[in-house]
Ligand binder design. Structure first.
Ligand code: 13P
Length: 342
């Protein structure tokens, strides 16, 4: 693996103090985010918003890589610089979401299978030419009385491994993202059990499909009580439960674990990551690959107005900085005010 640099890229993505910005919202998802701030989703508004994020001064101090979407990797800044080139010029590694979304799993009502394997080899080659150096594929699982089923767990694990093998062949670092959704009223114990079953299957398939773990990153959910549970586990419990599952199921050869933020508040996503790093050192780097938790404040500040670009960039830079501190357990909620964007 060392010869094609996969491990080097994976390690750079989880460099100390840094994590990944997930800016790979599909057309449907970015429309939802824009609807919430009453901005029309057009190719130009999506481009302008992504430019705002990528040109934020100093973001490269805490952001190691950015996950782009098919449309975004082909777009450019106002001065005509292609986004992948703009990111590389700041020392930020461009990546690309390559799955085609979670679709209903046949004969398994309520569960999903992620599609996108057809012609993936050719698409990866094109993305590499466009400047991508890593990729992402997300599988989703719900927790319920009978969910997730073994059927859903193993079909998604198999697809994740097929994707990862094609990425390694193409010289792209695969981010393997099995997301156990934390919606619902489940307990933290149920979340731990479901997450453990999912990770066990994922690493069985990755192993059987000859994946070199050192050239990969894992992007899992944190182990949480359901967002609608009547009583929810606190920070220490979340940190302990998440680490317990990861220690049991993730090989030490994996260089880094980059959490998704899911439906957590911005501060919860930071506090939880901080608490886990404060309990380190761990066999893998524990970092972030946040979408919502890095962007929510910036979107709210922007509202589609040119005059608000600076305020939005300040909000994004602030969250990136807070999460950068959480990489080493040095974050505290008091810092929110101290370093708050002006
Ligand atoms: P969130 O942090 O908003 O969950 O997004 C991360 C991501 O890339 C989901 O696939």
């Amino acid at each position: 693996m060392a010869e094609n640099g996969l491990e080097q890229t994976a390690r750079a993505l989880v460099a100390p103090g840094k994590g990944i910005l997930a800016a790979d919202e599909s057309d449907g998802t970015i429309k939802k985010r824009f609807d919430a701030i009453q901005v029309e989703s057009t190719e130009e508004s999506r481009r302008a918003y992504r430019e705002l994020l990528f040109t934020t001064a100093g973001m490269e101090e805490h952001i190691s890589g950015v996950i782009l979407y098919d449309e975004t990797i082909r777009q450019s800044s106002a001065d005509g610089t292609p986004f992948p080139e703009l990111l590389e010029s700041k020392g930020v590694i461009p990546g690309i979401k390559v799955d085609k979304g979670a679709k209903p799993l046949a004969l398994a009502e309520g569960e999903t299978i992620t599609e996108g394997l057809d012609a993936l080899r050719e698409r990866l080659a094109e993305y590499r030419d466009l400047g991508a150096r890593f990729a992402k594929w997300r599988a989703t699982y719900s927790i319920g009385e009978e969910f997730p089923t073994e059927y859903c767990i193993w079909t998604n694990a198999h697809a994740l491994a097929r994707y990862a093998a094609l990425c390694e062949e193409a010289g792209l670092v695969p981010i393997v993202e099995p997301e156990v959704l934390q919606d619902g009223t489940h307990s933290i114990e149920e979340s731990a059990k479901a997450t453990g079953r999912v990770l066990q299957a994922v690493y069985t398939e990755l192993h059987d499909q000859r994946i070199e773990y050192r050239g990969t990153l894992l992007k899992p959910n944190m182990v949480l009580s359901g967002y609608s549970a009547s009583s929810r586990a606190g920070v220490d419990e979340v940190a302990d439960a998440t680490l317990e599952v990861l220690y049991k199921h993730v090989p030490a050869a994996v260089p880094g674990i980059v959490f998704l933020s899911g439906g957590q508040t911005d501060e919860d996503a930071t506090v939880h990551l901080n608490a886990m790093n404060a309990l380190g050192p761990h066999p893998w780097e524990l970092s972030f690959s946040y979408g919502r938790a890095l962007q929510a404040a910036a979107l709210k500040a922007w509202r589609g107005e040119e005059a608000n670009v600076q305020a939005a960039q300040d909000a994004f830079a602030h969250r990136a900085r807070m999460n950068g501190l959480a990489r080493s357990g040095e974050y505290s909620p008091d810092l929110e005010k101290e370093f708050a964007a002006v």
